[in-house]
Design a protein around this ligand. Structure first.
Ligand code: BEZ
Length: 219
C-alpha cells in the first residue's frame, strides 16, 4: 500500500525478523505497536537510535506498546549489529524484533522508502519512518525523518501518551503537552456534553472571537 498514512490499515505482511517470522497483525495483537525503520545496519545514527529505543522499551511496554524495528539488511547482519548497539548504549538490551527487507518489498508497502538514499549497489533505502499502529491495525501517527536526523525517543513516548489519552477521553493535547498537563476538549463535544463527560469541570478561554472552542480540563 504505497502512501500508507494516518487512518490506513497496515498490510498484514509476513516478516523475517531477528526473532523469527512474524505476521504484522498478530504481532500488534490487541495493543499498540511502533514500527520504525532505519536506513541500514552498522551506520552511526541508526546505532544510537536502536540502543535508545531499547532503553525506552520498558516505558513502551507499560503502555501496552510493542516495538518492531526494520532495516533492509538480512537477519544475520541485524544479529551482528545488535552487539554494537548494546555495547554503544550501556544498559540497553534489544528485546524487540528487527525485521529484514533485502528485497525492499516491506518498505514500499509501509511507505518507508527514502527517495534520496541508496546503497552502494543503487538499491533503495528506508528513511527514518515511524508508524504508531493501533489495536485496530490502523496507523494512528507517522513520523518521517531523513537519514541525517536521529529521532527523539522522548517525543515518541510523548506522542504515544497523547494518542492513548485522546483515544480514552474525548480530548486532544495542545502544543508542548506532556503527561499531567491540561488537555483540550474536542470541538465535536458540546458544552452540555462536556459538563457530563468532565465532572471535574473545564475552563473556557475568553478569545476575541467569543467562540468558546478552547476549553481546558484535566483528564
Ligand atoms: C546513519 O545512521 O548515521 C546514516 C545512515 C544512512 C545515511 C546517513 C546516515
Amino acid at each position: 500500500m504505497p502512501g500508507l498514512t494516518i487512518g490506513d490499515t497496515v498490510a498484514d505482511l509476513e516478516l523475517e525478523t531477528t526473532q523469527g517470522k512474524i505476521w504484522i497483525h498478530d504481532y500488534v495483537g490487541d495493543g499498540y505497536c511502533i514500527v520504525f525503520s532505519h536506513p541500514a545496519d552498522f551506520t552511526p545514527v541508526c546505532t544510537t537510535e536502536l540502543g535508545m529505543m531499547a532503553k525506552y522499551a520498558p516505558e513502551f511496554e507499560k503502555r501496552g506498546v510493542k516495538l518492531l524495528g526494520l532495516s533492509c539488511d538480512d537477519v544475520e547482519s541485524h544479529k551482528e549489529w545488535i552487539k554494537d548497539v548494546e555495547a554503544y548504549t550501556p544498559g540497553s538490551l534489544v528485546t524487540y524484533p528487527i525485521a529484514a527487507d533485502p528485497k525492499r518489498e516491506v518498505i514500499k508497502q509501509l511507505n518507508m522508502v527514502d527517495p534520496d538514499e541508496e546503497d552502494a549497489s543503487g538499491n533503495q533505502l528506508p528513511s527514518r519512518a515511524l508508524h504508531v499502529v493501533g489495536p485496530d491495525k490502523k496507523v494512528k501517527l507517522s513520523m518521517l525523518y531523513p537519514a541525517s536526523t536521529g529521532r527523539n525517543m522522548d517525543e515518541v513516548l510523548r506522542v504515544v501518551d497523547s494518542l492513548q489519552k485522546a483515544a480514552k477521553h474525548k480530548v486532544a493535547t495542545p502544543v508542548n503537552w506532556k503527561p499531567g498537563d491540561p488537555v483540550v476538549i474536542s470541538p465535536s463535544v458540546s458544552n452540555e456534553e462536556a459538563k457530563q463527560m468532565f465532572p471535574q469541570g473545564f475552563e473556557t478561554t475568553d478569545l476575541p472571537s467569543k467562540k468558546e472552542y478552547l476549553r481546558f480540563t484535566q483528564a
